[in-house]
Design a protein around this ligand. Structure first.
Ligand SMILES: NC(=O)c1ccc[n+]([C@@H]2O[C@H](COP(=O)([O-])OP(=O)(O)OC[C@H]3O[C@@H](n4cnc5c(N)ncnc54)[C@H](O)[C@@H]3O)[C@@H](O)[C@H]2O)c1
Length: 275
């Protein structure tokens, strides 16, 4: 049953239905907000987590989910801070009674040519995109192992976790690292019934990509929006993804239907990067 698990012996009498629950990081906007919305529609109570600086957007996202009948709560976290992620999981479990799905979605895109990549760009890219996933996977897995009923670890990767590009050395390195980590975790946690999979979007129409367009067009003296139009022309399915296109795939990865899939990267990019 989607959004619930059964407890008790042998079915029938004594059986109780306990809702599965999820945490989504980077849930104030973009892909993370769409994922939280979708998982709530699937019936999972969700903690939407984001930086405290995103307080207003986070509250707005949670209000919209609640208005549509979803069960959700909000929490502040900087995923680069391991202790803060552990506190996020403890707080979620105290409020909702367990944790079944961790979506480590939070990420940053800081672009620079390789030779201009500063220590700040390199460190922030790795701290948020890679270590953030590491922290979320570890804190969630500790709870899932203790619960003894399996679980779903899911993280944001990218087609930049499958091939290099120019101006994105630190970002690409962080996303390749996420894919490597995911494979190791999938192997080690399989005996616990915990799966680990990443979703790899191509180009998605979110505030992050608007910011990329701004940075690239300013740098090259081109009109705003022209980078998005240029990239759109390279997508076989002919359009940028919408956040909901990614959320549908994460809904599948979080569900019972994905039970025999682990260690994978699911590319969701309209056909740009085929494997
Ligand atoms: N938009 C794209 O085209 C695209 C493509 C491939 C992969 N991705 C990946 O998908 C994920 C979501 O991307 P998006 O486009 O929705 O980005 P976005 O910038 O629109 O949203 C990212 C969210 O993460 C939050 N965040 C950033 N740093 C954080 C931190 N340290 N702790 C907690 N929250 C933090 C931000 O506040 C924001 O709400 C990212 O990991 C990104 O790398 C995006």
């Amino acid at each position: 049953m989607l959004g619930a698990r059964r407890t008790g012996q042998g079915g029938g009498k004594g059986m109780t239905t306990v809702p599965r629950t999820a945490i989504v990081t980077g849930a104030a906007r973009g892909i993370g907000r769409a994922i939280a919305t979708r998982l709530a529609q699937d019936g999972l109570p969700v903690t939407l987590a984001d930086l405290e600086s995103g307080r207003a957007a986070l509250a707005e996202a949670a209000d919209a989910i609640a208005a549509a009948g979803g069960a959700c709560r909000t929490a502040f976290v900087d995923v680069s801070d391991q202790a803060a992620v552990e506190a996020l999981v403890a707080d979620h479990v105290a409020a909702l009674g367990g944790l079944d799905v961790m979506v480590a979605n939070a990420g940053v895109t800081l672009i620079a040519r390789f030779m201009d990549t500063t220590p700040e760009i390199l460190n922030r890219s790795l701290d948020v995109n890679f270590k953030g996933v590491f922290h979320c996977y570890m804190a969630a897995a500790r709870q899932m192992i203790a619960q003894g009923r399996g679980g779903r670890l899911i993280a944001a990767c990218s087609i930049s976790g499958h091939r290099g590009g120019d101006w994105v050395a630190a970002y690409v390195a962080s996303k390749f690292a996420v894919r490597g980590l995911n494979q190791c975790v999938a192997l080690e946690l399989a005996p616990h019934g915990i799966t680990a999979n990443v979703y790899s979007p191509g180009m998605v129409d979110t505030p992050m990509y608007q910011e990329i367009d701004r940075m690239v067009t300013e740098r090259e003296g081109r009109p705003r929006g022209s980078q998005i139009r240029k990239m759109e022309a390279t997508i076989p399915l002919g359009r940028f993804a919408l956040p909901g296109d990614i959320a549908d795939v994460v809904s599948f990865l979080a569900s019972e239907q994905s039970r025999y899939i682990t260690g994978q990267s699911l590319i969701v990019d309209g056909g740009v990067c085929m494997n």
